[in-house]
Design a protein around this ligand. Sequence first.
Ligand code: ADP
Ligand code: MG
Length: 348
Amino acid sequence: MQRSSVLNGGDFHRLVVDNITELVALVDHQGNVLYASAAHEQKLGYTPEELIGGALASLIHPDDLDQVGDAFAQCATDGRAALAEFRIRHRDGHWLVLDGGLTAIDDGETRLLLVTASDVTERARRERAEREFVANAAHELLTPLAAMNAAIDVLQCGAKEIPAERDAFLDDLEREVDRLGRLSHALLVLARVQATAEPLRLQPVELCPLLHEVAASLRAGTEVAVEVVCDESVAVLGERDVLERALTNVAENAAAHTARGRILLAARRTGKGRVAIEVRDTGSGMPPDERERAFERFYRVGARGGEGFGLGLAIVREAVRVLNGTVEIDSEPGLGTSVRLALPEAVV
Ligand SMILES: Nc1ncnc2c1ncn2[C@@H]1O[C@H](COP(=O)(O)OP(=O)(O)O)[C@@H](O)[C@H]1O
Ligand SMILES: [Mg+2]
C-alpha cells in the first residue's frame, strides 16, 4: 500500500486539528492560552490569534469557574480530567455549552494542559426542555388531583349530607375530571404527532370542506363573524386527522382571544407547489416575546387553571412538521393575530 506523503511529519496532525469542529487549545498551568485551533473562530467568534496570550477563565461563565478550576487541579495531579459541561461566552455575548476533557502534557519542567471540547449547546437546550416538560406535565396533572382530593374530603366531612353542598362539590369534581381528561388527551395527541416520523397516510385532503367544518365547530363570541375563503378544490398532501387537529387548535385560539370582529379561515394556492392556509383574527393579539414563545409546550398567557394547557400550538408545530410544512405567527397587540401554514399542494 502506498503511504501518502500527507501522513508525514507533523503536517497531518496540524491538518486534523485545523479541520475538526471540536475545539482544541493548549494552556499553561495558569490557564493562559498558548494555542487555539482554527475552529475557535467559527464557534466563539474569536480568531486563535486573539485568544493566544489571554486567560481562558475570562470567557467561562462565573458560575462554572469553580468546577472548571477543580478539573484543572485534578488534571495537574492525575494527568487527565473530564471537563463536565460548562458555559463559555461567544464574542457576541451569547453562551455556548461545551463538554470536553483535559490532558496534561509535560513540557520539560512545566506541565501544560491540552483542552478538547465540543459544542453541546443544542443537546443541553433539548435536555433542559425535556426536564421542564416533565415537571410541567406533573404539575398540571397534580393540580386537578389536589382539587379533587379536597372536594372528596369536604364531602366526607359532612357536605355529602347537605344536598346543595353535595351538588356543588360534585360539580367541582366533574370539572376537574373533565380537565384531567382533556389534558391527558392533549398529551396523547402531542405524543402521537411527536412520534410520527412521516405522515402515515399521505393523501390529498380537500381544504374547503375541512375549513368549513372547523369554522362550524368553533364556539366564537356573538359579536364575531367567522368566514371561510377558499380557492376552489384546493388540496394539500397530508393526513386529514393531523391537519384537522392543527387547524382546530389554531382556530380555537382565535375564537378564545377574539371578543369582537371576525375570524377568517383562508386557503389559497401559492403557485409554488404549496398551499397557504391562514387563520386570522381581530382579537387581542400578542406582544413579540409572547409570540416567540407561543409554540413552547405548556406556554400560555393567563392563569393556570384556565381553559387551556398551553399545548395547542405545540401540537400545531409538531403536526406541521410531520406534514412537511411550515407555520408562522404574525401578531399585533390590540389588532389581532394571523397564523399562516404553508403545506405541500396535492393535485387532484
Ligand atoms: N389567536 C391568538 N390571539 C392571541 N393570543 C394567542 C392566540 N393564539 C395563541 N395565543 C397565545 O399563545 C398561547 C399558547 O397557545 P396554545 O399553545 O394554543 O395554548 P392555550 O390555548 O392552551 O393557552 C396562549 O395562551 C395565548 O396567550
Ligand atoms: Mg390553544
